[in-house]
Design a protein around this ligand. Structure first.
Ligand SMILES: *Cc1c(COP(=O)(O)O)cnc(C)c1O
Length: 388
């Protein structure tokens, strides 16, 4: 059992705000906040290069903590400034040729879709949209049926930003393996919320951000690339950190996933994100997943029995992101009204989920996302204020 009181004591804002915006940016626990600010203080006091040298152990722990979190090898982990750039560093370097086909689903993240569209136009690639099954998640049989000899890549978002569904990442991994396809998984909303294991999922590439369910600082992210797949990606940008200048006309890439990193980065953020992973692992990802699932069910149940509220979450298996609309009140109005009562939620607009929202006839949704440090009492208060 989790000691919720202790976890909330580690999260001072729990006393002043009701934070259901964990899919936007979760509240940082004190050890994460301290890790960031202590490093900044060190930089102020002794100098940035000197502070980096003094904290080499914490920086190295970034790779071992993420490796343990994902069941990966430290050499398969890279730091990135956000999830989008992490994803880009892999995607833009993939060996794709004119005529190659990419499989994706309406739940894929907007920025991934934009990159797919740009590269399809530039490089003559084709995008095949895999239909949803009756529950709204990627249809595995349809996925398999769409594979052609020119299909190279499956791009999937594990948990979409715009709803509570959990895509069947493991089943997709089995199909990718069976047909020898590259499997790129956006785990931005699942990492820190669900227990993830890259070997079980079978993805070649996985990206995530620091600020969401991992509770790290903003402006941080990470990339996982499977060891046996590293050499198939030619990073779109390289520098003196990701590559070595070996002669006047030659260079070599870093043999590890560090080939996707920049030399200059937010060192305090990197240490903060390491601390966030360590903190999550101390609580235990299975415990976190179970607690979030329990709170999400309670919130869906409470909203489901509130007059005027319509829930919009799809998927056979649902997570801690709860989306809804309310009769007679616009999602953005709801967000602003709740904010006045110290309740944080976010909204998702059509421009962030175009194909998905159009298919469901939705223009915008309220998104309430719970974390393990939330409580049933908060759910009660939330529904009271929401009903006005
Ligand atoms: C938030 C989000 C991203 C983008 O993450 P950044 O760190 O802001 O780049 C990507 N994919 C999904 C599913 C997200 O929810």
């Amino acid at each position: 059992m989790l000691d919720i009181c202790a976890l909330r004591a580690d999260t001072p804002a729990c006393q002043t705000v009701l934070h259901f915006n964990n899919a936007g940016a979760a509240l940082m626990p004190t050890p994460v906040f301290n890790a960031v600010t202590n490093h900044l203080t060190l930089e102020q006091n002794i100098g940035g290069y000197e502070a980096a040298r003094a904290t080499q152990e914490d920086q190295a722990a970034f790779y071992t903590e993420f490796a343990a979190l994902l069941n990966a090898d430290p050499d398969e982990i890279a730091y990135a400034e956000n999830a989008t750039r992490a994803w880009d560093m892999a995607f833009y370097g993939l060996p794709l040729n004119p005529g190659d086909r990419i499989l994706t689903h309406a739940s894929d993240y907007v920025s991934n879709m934009l990159a797919l569209l740009q590269q399809a136009q530039r490089r003559g690639l084709h995008i095949d949209l895999v239909p949803s099954n009756a529950s709204g998640q990627i249809d595995i049989a349809a996925l398999e049926a769409l594979i052609t000899p020119r299909t190279r890549l499956i791009s999937l978002t594990h948990v979409p930003t715009q709803g509570g569904l959990i895509n069947p990442a493991v089943e997709v991994g089995r199909i990718a393996k069976k047909y020898g396809l590259i499997y790129l998984l956006d785990a931005c909303q699942s990492v820190g919320q669900l227990a993830l294991n890259v070997r079980t999922v079978g993805c070649d590439i996985l990206s995530g951000t620091g600020r969401k369910f991992l509770r790290g600082p903003r402006g941080t992210g990470f990339l996982y690339v499977r060891k046996g797949f590293l050499d198939q990606i030619d990073p779109p940008f390289i520098d003196l950190h990701s590559a070595t200048w070996t002669g006047p006309g030659t260079y070599t890439l870093d043999p590890t996933a560090k080939r996707f990193e920049n030399w200059e980065s937010f060192v305090a953020g990197r240490i903060g994100l390491m601390q966030a992973v360590r903190y999550a692992r101390q609580i235990g990802l299975e415990n976190i997943e179970l607690r979030i699932s329990m709170l999400a069910s309670a919130l869906r149940f409470a909203l489901g029995s509130t007059p005027g509220i319509t829930l919009h979450d799809q998927g056979a298996q649902k997570c801690g992101i709860i989306t809804f609309t309310k009769q007679g009140e616009d999602p953005e109005q709801i967000r602003a009204r709740l904010h006045k009562s110290q309740i944080n939620v976010s909204t998702t607009q059509r421009s962030s989920a175009l194909i998905d929202f159009d298919a469901r006839g939705i223009t915008s949704l309220v998104r309430a996302s719970v974390h393990y440090y939330n409580t049933e009492a908060e759910i009660g208060r939330f529904v009271d204020v929401l009903s006005g």
